[in-house]
Design a protein around this ligand. Structure first.
Ligand code: HAM
Length: 410
């Protein structure tokens, strides 16, 4: 038996209905903040990602050569694509630009629970606003989206400048290593790394920074850096709007394009792969040949959100099974069409079985049976049977519509 590719999933209708319902809730929420949906290609030129992140990133991507010998890749994320799109199409649009996307991404990772090779992101990019208010808005949109679907999670907000300031004397490749240890809160690893680069004296201030509970403590450690006002401004807005978050100046983020504010979200009930949100400030437009457009955004890992939510409540519309005696299929199709025109989900029997077998099947899959026998076909009526109560009555199709829609009783 042929299997699906490793790290991918198939979704059955019930799961898709749950995903679509949650997605629709998030779409409504993001729309209320004024963000409009964009769509970019599923595959891009490889360069779009290697330009910023270097050739090593190829190991984590689905890279291929097209028939004309171009180096292409399935998108591992959407921020670079949106920045490219801004450079290609959006420069004349009034700023700030508020865009969002729901898109599948592809990463060649080792699959495990919550980590897939094809997964969906619900993301937002705010382009052309360089202010504490803009940073705070993006964080609040993310929080609103996750709360709108009822997710229980922790929001962590940081800023790279204090950490970068402390590490300004350290060589860039070692800086990255130190930041990665801080990000993982691997204090033993940090110590070893600082020893290697002869910077042991930084240990106290770096560990102090990671455990700061607010910006004031961070500035005591790193001094009055130029970004101080911006950092304080962001937290002022978040506090004013009563956003539930914790400060974390140890966040470094895996992607290497972040420039200022960084933030992450972690679901409470997931295992190792519990990060459901990541984002921050970046400037990619210039790299892709555009003007310098300060940007801020995030992506929600939609699949992890769905795992965390578990059985997402669905509004189930009643299902009507339209059953007919052999030879009366045309009447059944007509009645089903009338029901559908009224917005009711109607399924016609397709297997040509006897009425008893049809009813037994309908009892498992539907809420009502709409039965058409010889008498009903001649009288232009149907017998509507409530499959939960067992009650049934002959009536005109119009009356059946009223019954199924919940006005009156069977
Ligand atoms: P990211 O942190 O790489 O950021 O991904 C965002 C989210 O996607 C993660 O927090 C996680 O929930 C989900 N995710 C990542 N990889 C996987 C995977 N293999 N399986 C399932 N879920 C996964 C970005 O992609 C940035 N583009 C976010 C951003 C937008 N920054 C600024 N604007």
């Amino acid at each position: 038996m042929l299997q699906k590719p490793r790290g991918t999933r198939d979704f059955l209708p019930d799961e898709m209905a749950q995903r679509r319902t949650a997605e629709a809730t998030m779409r409504e929420a993001v729309g209320r903040w004024g963000y409009g949906e964009v769509c970019t290609p599923t595959f891009e030129h490889l360069e779009l990602f290697t330009m910023r992140s270097g050739e090593n990133i190829k190991q984590e991507m689905y890279v291929f050569e097209d028939k004309s010998g171009r180096q292409m890749t399935l998108r591992p994320e959407v921020t670079a694509s949106v920045s490219r799109m801004y450079v290609n199409e959006g420069r004349s649009i009034a700023k700030p630009i508020r865009w969002y996307y729901v898109a599948d991404c592809f990463r060649y990772e080792r699959p495990q629970k919550g980590r897939y090779r094809q997964f969906w992101q619900f993301g937002v990019e705010l382009i052309g606003a360089d202010s504490a208010a803009a940073d705070a808005e993006v964080i609040m949109v993310a929080d609103d989206l996750l709360r709108s679907v009822g997710l229980d999670y922790d929001l962590k907000v940081g800023f790279l400048a204090p950490m970068k300031h402390l590490l300004s004397g350290v060589e860039p490749s070692l800086q990255r290593q130190v930041m990665a240890y801080l990000d993982k809160r691997d204090m033993d690893g940090l110590k070893g790394c600082l020893e290697t680069c002869g910077q042991v004296d930084l240990e106290d201030s770096l560990t102090g920074l990671v455990s700061c509970r607010g910006p004031a403590e961070a500035f005591e450690i790193c001094g009055d850096i130029p970004e101080k006002e911006r950092v304080e401004g962001i937290f002022r807005v978040l506090d004013g709007e009563e956003i539930d978050y914790t400060v974390n100046f140890g966040i470094a983020r895996g992607l290497d394009y972040y420039t200022g504010m960084v933030f992450e979200g972690f679901a409470h009930n997931l295992g190792a792969e519990n990060q459901v949100l990541g984002g921050g400030n970046y400037r990619l437009a210039q790299l892709f040949g555009g003007d310098d457009a300060p940007s801020c955004g995030f992506a929600i890992g939609f699949d992890r959100v769905m795992v965390s939510l578990g059985d997402y409540p669905l509004k189930k519309d009643p299902v009507v099974a339209v059953l007919s005696q052999p030879g009366l299929e045309a009447a059944a199709f007509g009645v089903a069409r009338t029901l559908r025109a009224a917005g009711i989900r109607a399924e016609v029997n397709l297997l040509g079985r006897g009425m008893g077998a049809q009813l037994a099947h309908a009892a498992k899959a539907a809420d009502y049976a709409c039965i058409i026998g010889q008498r009903e076909a001649e009288a232009g009526t149907v017998t509507l049977k409530d499959l939960h109560s067992g009650e049934q009555r002959e009536m005109k199709p119009d009356e059946a519509i009223v019954e199924v829609k919940g006005v009156g009783a069977c």
